[in-house]
Design a binder for this molecule. Structure first.
Ligand SMILES: [Zn+2]
Ligand SMILES: [Zn+2]
Length: 367
């Protein structure tokens, strides 16, 4: 039994409270990670307000060091530097075909906050059950029980200061960059419009530039974020409230974009992201909205050959894609650290408030 400090949500919409919790002994294929930092992702905020499992520990962009390995673990050892991505089963048809983001057990492994066999692995100081295993990690805690399937090993010489910033590679930044590189497969001299200049959107814009796109447009309603996007080298920025937005994008892309990405989850924006495409273009829906939300598209716009795809986790295999993103960072083509702001663990509630208000693009909690 291992005790550790964790940030717990006791009811929907409540603040996180800081508690000592007890972690169950490691099961088969599990790894105990001492977290040094964790990103805060939009899905944490959604899950803090609307999951049925209470109390619970969220967090799914953890970065840490392996402290103990469970039975059956042969590819990690104590002291390995790791970051944590999403979990997958490794056994279903999707996983066996190299598509773990489409794992048949994605929902139970990442969202149901328990082991696949239903076991609860975390208890509070009074012995009460706490839901954990969020994205196979629940990293809003000083320690996580992770799994060999969602751990990514970093080079042993990764400096601590960099390691602390890399948690967001586990979800938000992989989602944005992976949508461009793995799902849309943007090629040199193509055009792309990114709606929403948060962490996911800016990662998508940087990946498009790294892929050789020569027209990279970022749209947001926050002018400060547009200024930041310009500093990353995007070719155009437009305010989403601009009444001539679609015309301006058409002009900038010479008749419509090859690709668009919606990171906002706002259905009006999703529709606009489809309207700015050229024939044969593709819009990728990435932003999370409430389950059951309907979206409407103009029928001829689709019949003409403008495509729509949904992308989960950037169609990434974390152990393959995250090292690639790290290489892009090392050669200056993925400068994500320009929009990361670090907060101490005890300021998690403040970090989340700043993320919601837009004051901070990508909060990282440091333990
Ligand atoms: Zn699977
Ligand atoms: Zn996420």
């Amino acid at each position: 039994m291992k005790t550790t400090q964790a940030a717990v949500i006791r009811e929907n919409g409540a603040n996180f409270t800081f508690e000592e919790v007890t972690l169950a002994p490691l099961g088969f294929g599990e790894v105990l990670v001492r977290n040094i930092a964790t990103g805060v992702c939009h899905s944490d905020i959604v899950a803090a307000n609307g999951l049925v499992f209470s109390p619970r520990i969220l967090g799914h962009e953890g970065a840490g060091v392996v402290e103990e390995v469970g039975p059956g673990v042969t590819n990690f050892e104590v002291g390995d530097k790791v970051i944590m991505g999403f979990n997958s089963c490794g056994l279903c048809g999707s996983c066996l075909s190299g598509r773990p983001f489409a794992c048949e057990s994605f929902l139970p492994l990442n969202m149901l906050c328990q082991r696949l066999d239903g076991a609860v692995t975390i208890h509070d100081a009074h012995g009460g059950e706490i839901a954990g295993n969020f994205f196979g990690q629940s990293s809003f805690a000083a320690h996580s029980v992770a799994n060999v399937r969602n751990l990514v090993k970093l080079p042993a010489d990764t400096p601590d200061e960099l390691h602390k910033l890399l948690g967001p590679f586990g979800c938000g930044l992989s989602t944005g960059a992976g949508t461009v590189i793995n799902a849309l497969k943007v090629r040199p001299a193509e055009s792309i419009v990114v709606f929403g200049a948060g962490g996911v959107g800016l990662a998508a814009a940087m990946a498009a530039l790294a892929s050789g796109a020569t027209c990279v447009i970022v749209v947001d309603i926050n002018d400060d974020r547009l200024t930041l996007a310009q500093s990353l080298g995007v070719t155009h920025t437009f305010n989403g409230m601009d009444s001539d937005l679609v015309d301006k994008i058409n002009k900038a892309t010479d008749g419509g974009a090859h690709y668009a990405i919606d990171t906002t989850g706002n259905m009006k924006v999703v529709r606009t992201s489809h309207e700015v495409l050229r024939i044969g273009g593709t819009t990728a829906m990435v932003g999370l909205s409430a389950p059951g939300t309907a979206v409407e598209f103009e029928h001829m716009g689709i019949l003409d050959g403008r495509n729509i795809i949904g992308v989960v986790e950037g169609h990434a295999v974390p152990q393959v894609f995250i090292p690639q993103l790290l290489d892009l960072y090392k050669v200056g083509k993925f400068p994500f650290d320009t929009f990361v702001v670090q907060y101490p663990f005890e300021k998690l509630n403040e970090a989340i408030a700043d993320s919601i208000s837009g004051a901070t693009i990508k909060p990282v909690i440091v333990f």
